[in-house]
Design a protein around this ligand. Structure first.
Ligand code: NAD
Length: 401
């Protein structure tokens, strides 16, 4: 992921006429904090915070709790955060954090101890004007609330602007839980405007019906009647119906702990993730994992448009192959930026002691998305490049100007 991210930056930088020194300056990481956290029980974990760039504003990026977290992954995600914020016009920098841990192996007390100790170690390097972390994989508002509380105890800061993704009653923003899926829907709708496809009927499949994928589909079901969801998947299986699926019903089924492999409904076929990717749909929404479409399966893709809601779901070789076949790929750094946009709106609310309505948050999110997609399409057309290259070009322009 780190190599792909740096390759994209380099490619876009060269299109802008930057020399190697300027490109290296964009790739260079400002600071890396690596430390061990030892719990009272004796369990010890490796922890990271990588601060890539604060050229545009305070460092910003999530904290991931996952056994596979390592320094290169955190470096890649920190780098992508700087470019994501820049591509959608936010005055924020890029960072990422993580602890190499499987949170399922810890009881609640240990999880709280781990979260608080992470903040204690990082205290001199984070804060509302320095670096504002947020939740990511396996971290949630409850964990962030412990972190904010710890930060407040250590520093006396009562603004709650030290972290975003808090519980709503503890300074979090309305609309944050749905923000990435909602932002993806706004971005895709705007892309269709540019492709003269806004009024056309289309079919789509969602790989990964989790937080992001399900909100995208449920909200699209409410406001985009021309889009027909025909397939969705979780990690085990996919469900498919050419007649169309109800995203709300599927969302409720998943929320009640259901697995798609066990779904029994007339007209709905249970199939595999591989078959979902190969469906003859207009749009493939990738909302599960990195490298989901790769050199092994890229030849099976029949969709004309790919929406990247996960981070890096199209591997570099697959991206080049699909682009050469005329597939339009709405890139992750814009398509899934809804989360960081609403995080930014949360941070503003904390700084100004305001609490906005969900409508106001969603309206602002939509404006950011429309502006970012318009800029993306303009650059792609003017420079005759893919939307992904255009996203990086726009981000670099913001970073260097
Ligand atoms: P999630 O854990 O809620 O959902 C992920 C979904 O993908 C689950 O339904 C899971 O069953 C499914 N899945 C896992 N492995 C799969 C596989 N091999 N094939 C098909 N499906 C599989 O996570 P999320 O928060 O929805 O995040 C999804 C992606 O979006 C991740 O790549 C994440 O980094 C990215 N992202 C999330 C946010 C956010 O705000 N949550 C913001 C930006 C990017």
């Amino acid at each position: 992921m780190l190599t792909t991210a740096r390759g994209l930056i380099s490619r876009a930088g060269k299109k802008l006429g930057l020399d190697d020194e300027a490109i290296n300056e964009l790739i260079k990481i400002d600071k890396e904090h690596l430390f061990e956290i030892r719990l009272g029980s004796g369990k010890t974990f490796s922890a990271y915070r990588v601060q890539h760039s604060n050229k545009l504003g305070p460092y910003k990026g999530g904290i991931r709790f996952h056994p596979e977290v390592d320094l290169d992954e955190v470096r890649a995600l920190a780098t992508l955060m700087s470019f994501k914020s820049a591509a959608v016009g936010l005055p924020l920098g890029g960072a990422k954090g993580g602890i190499s841990v499987n949170p399922k192996d810890l009881d609640e007390g240990e999880l709280e101890e781990l979260s608080r100790k992470y903040v204690r170690q990082l205290r001199p390097h984070i804060g509302p004007d320095k670096d504002v972390p947020a939740p990511d994989v396996n971290t949630n508002p409850e964990i962030i609330d412990w972190m904010v509380d710890e930060y407040q105890k250590l520093t006396g800061d009562t603004t709650k602007a030290s972290f975003t993704g808090k519980s709503v009653d503890k300074g979090g923003s309305l609309g944050r839980d749905a923000a990435t899926g909602r932002g993806g829907m706004f971005a895709f709708a705007q892309l269709l405007e540019h492709m003269d496809g806004a009024d056309k009927q289309l079919t789509y499949a969602v790989q990964g019906f989790g937080n992001v994928g399900s909100f995208f589909a449920v909200l699209a079901g409410e406001s985009c009647p021309n889009w027909k969801l025909v397939a969705a998947s979780d990690s085990q299986a996919a469900v498919y119906s050419p007649e169309g699926l109800s995203a709300t019903e599927l969302g409720n089924y998943k929320q009640d702990g259901g697995r798609f492999s066990d779904l029994k409904k007339e007209g709905v076929q249970v199939t595999t993730n591989d078959e979902l990717l190969a469906l003859d749909v207009d749009v493939l929404v990738l909302a599960a994992l990195g490298d989901a479409v790769n050199s092994g399966n890229m030849g099976n893709i029949k969709a004309r448009i790919v929406v990247e809601l996960a981070n890096g779901p199209t591997a570099e070789a697959a991206f080049d192959y699909l682009t050469s076949k005329g597939v339009v790929i709405l890139p992750d750094i814009v398509a899934n930026a809804g989360g960081v946009i609403v995080s930014y709106l949360e941070w503003i609310q904390n700084r100004t002691s305001e609490h906005w309505t969900e409508e106001k948050v969603n309206n602002q999110l939509e404006q950011y998305m429309i502006k970012a997609v318009d800029a993306l399409c303009k650059t792609a057309q003017e420079r005759n490049v893919s939307l992904k290259e255009a996203a990086f070009i726009n981000a670099i322009k913001n970073l260097i100007e």
